[in-house]
Design a protein around this ligand. Structure first.
Ligand code: 8YV
Length: 315
């Protein structure tokens, strides 16, 4: 039986590539020097696209594959997929939810702690001999018991809220509608109101045209000079110009960012700031979780080509 032909948009770990190559004919667009020629040659044979949270699947790419049936995303975010074009062409979409929620929540907690307690600077303080020459590290901010605002109480936001409860933090959240949550978690629909009632504002919502710059100058001002922002969502959810202005002037205490508007390029204005913690979009980046994501990506492809229901359909 001929193997289904799949267009692969990005490099996967070796442990995922081998089973993909065994089950499917993988056409590696990301390795092709002339992408247009590659697509012209293989596009008509392609039945599925395998991408990631950051590989665009545009209308023109979809239309270059006229027999496309499925886009399978290695990641939970589907903001880089043109879902309207998929729908117009009857193309289904899958992602890898749930398996990464714990890691994303863990990293958000770690970022909060590292930023509040100045752990990166403290590490340097030990390494460069400042401890011996200058004495104790400057006092930092307490994290436990503070007020957490969670912008987007989905799977990742909920996993995060449970963790923050363990730090004795008060939980408030913004979502499209109130959720069935434990007593004490407060629903505050407006992002600026949420920020005004938070010491640490976490962004765990999905990116879309509707959430672009949901954290704008007004929300940042409401968070205020003792507030901190932690973003593990997408760079597009924050107005980076407004954020940088606030960080530079001290109008916001700090920001811990795993995602950026222009990633993997980062606005150079972030680099000299002492009140930021910068991470290279690695919230789901553990061996265990990436293996689970790879398995789920393959399971969706396998189910589709076996005529079985998709495991984790987006559309
Ligand atoms: C990954 C992500 O970094 O799940 C997402 O939406 O952004 C991440 O888990 C990415 O998809 C892996 O390349």
């Amino acid at each position: 039986m001929t193997k289904p032909q799949i267009l692969q948009l990005t490099r996967y770990p070796a442990g995922d590539q081998a089973p993909l190559d065994a089950a499917f004919t993988m056409h590696k667009l990301f390795e092709a020097p002339d992408k247009a020629a590659f697509l012209a040659q293989h596009g008509p044979d392609i039945r599925a696209i395998a991408g990631s949270g950051s590989t665009p699947v545009t209308r023109s790419l979809i239309e270059a594959c006229p027999n496309l049936e499925l886009v399978s995303v290695f990641g939970v975010g589907v903001d880089s997929i043109d879902l309207v074009a998929c729908s117009d062409h009857g193309v289904r979409v899958t992602n890898t939810p749930d398996v990464l929620s714990g890691d994303c929540a863990d990293l958000a907690v770690g970022m909060m702690l590292a930023l509040s307690r100045g752990m990166v600077g403290a590490d340097a303080w030990v390494r460069d001999g400042s401890w011996a020459s200058k004495g104790s590290y400057p006092l930092q901010r307490r994290a436990w018991g503070k007020r957490a605002g969670i912008l987007g109480l989905g799977r990742i936001g909920t996993a995060l809220a449970w963790r923050l409860e363990g730090f004795g933090m008060q939980i408030a959240y913004t979502a499209r509608r109130p959720h069935d949550v434990p007593a004490g978690w407060t629903y505050i629909p407006d992002p600026a109101d949420l920020a005004a009632q938070s010491d640490v504002l976490f962004l765990t919502l999905s990116a879309s045209a509707g959430t672009r710059h949901i954290v704008d100058a007004r929300v940042i001002a409401a968070l205020g000079p003792s507030g901190m922002l932690v973003n593990i969502s997408r760079g597009s959810t924050v107005d980076e110009e407004a954020l940088l202005t606030a960080l530079e002037s001290g109008a916001l205490a700090g920001a811990a960012l795993d995602v950026f508007e222009t990633e993997p390029q980062v606005n150079p204005r972030f680099l000299p700031l002492q009140n930021v913690l910068l991470q290279p979009h690695q919230a789901s980046g553990t061996t265990e979780t990436r293996q689970a994501m790879g398995q789920l990506l393959r399971d969706n492809l396998t189910a589709h080509f076996a005529g079985q229901p998709l495991l984790t359909p987006v559309t």
